[in-house]
Design a binder for this molecule. Structure first.
Ligand code: HPA
Length: 248
């Protein structure tokens, strides 16, 4: 089954016919909220709002393990995450959608493995390709079907937040090869991989990254909500097509 993790600007899916809400406890604590079960165009999906349905959980405090464990326990096989990001590359203007294919992790102090205790065997998970190529391709196809432009591939830099970056930090991320910057891509991606889930991200550029283009003197947060409002309608359309072409 397809699961969707919604980020900032996507705390619910208006195009989803809700059938059930499930409050769960997991061995890792509580997920960000109740899992929402339902159908999109007749196809069963599960939805979870990463920051809680009232958007109260900051990126560093999201219980990523509980979220992934909960979705996996309810037979999710594929997870598409929606994440708002800053655009580092100059062609990634606010409102752009991009399906990244690589990650660099700059977060710290987050619980980033299911295999971090001595009662489990030491486990090293291959992370050469952080995203599931099959689901990435489906997201690209879904965008094509719904007529929404998306960028194929790019490097997602996961920062700790909740603050935004300095201009110098963005320059460093660019030197490292990053195209976009967000605060929630990790450890979500590795936990999904550890859990054996097929995981991809639809990243929504909310603003130019700090020090770039019209963020040269600062990121105008008052503009971000307006950008996300429009862009999330595009994301909803992509997810609708994705639900339709997804066959698990
Ligand atoms: N930096 C980090 N995370 C973000 C940004 C940003 O500029 N915009 C949206 N999420």
């Amino acid at each position: 089954m397809l699961a969707i993790i919604g980020g900032s600007g996507l705390t619910q899916l208006g195009n989803m016919e809700v059938t059930k809400r499930l409050v769960m406890r997991t061995p890792y604590g509580e997920p960000s909220g109740a899992l929402t079960f339902g159908r999109i165009r007749g196809h069963e999906v599960i939805f979870l709002a990463r920051h809680g349905y009232a958007h109260t959980i900051p990126p560093h405090d999201v219980n990523y393990r509980a979220n992934i464990w909960a979705l996996s326990s309810q037979n999710a096989s594929h997870v598409v995450s929606v994440a708002s990001v800053g655009g580092i590359r100059s062609d990634l203007a606010p409102g752009s959608l991009i399906i990244p294919d690589q990650i660099i992790d700059y977060t710290h102090g987050r619980k980033s493995s299911f295999f971090d205790t001595r009662d489990k065997p030491v486990t090293h998970t291959d992370f050469t390709e952080p995203y599931c190529e099959d689901l990435r391709q489906k997201c690209l196809r879904a965008a094509g079907i719904s007529g929404k432009a998306v960028f194929d591939g790019g490097v997602y830099a996961a920062t700790q937040g909740p603050r935004l970056e300095s201009a110098a930090e963005i320059n460093r991320l660019e030197r490292d090869g990053a195209d976009i910057v967000g605060m929630t891509g990790m450890p979500e991606a590795i936990l999904a991989k550890e859990a054996g889930l097929c995981y991809a991200t639809i990243a929504v550029v909310a603003n130019y990254a700090a020090g770039r283009a019209d963020s040269v003197h600062g990121v105008r947060l008052e503009d971000v909500n307006t950008v996300l409002k429009v862009a999330m309608e595009h994301v909803r359309a992509v997810i609708e097509s994705l639900a339709e072409i997804h066959d698990d």
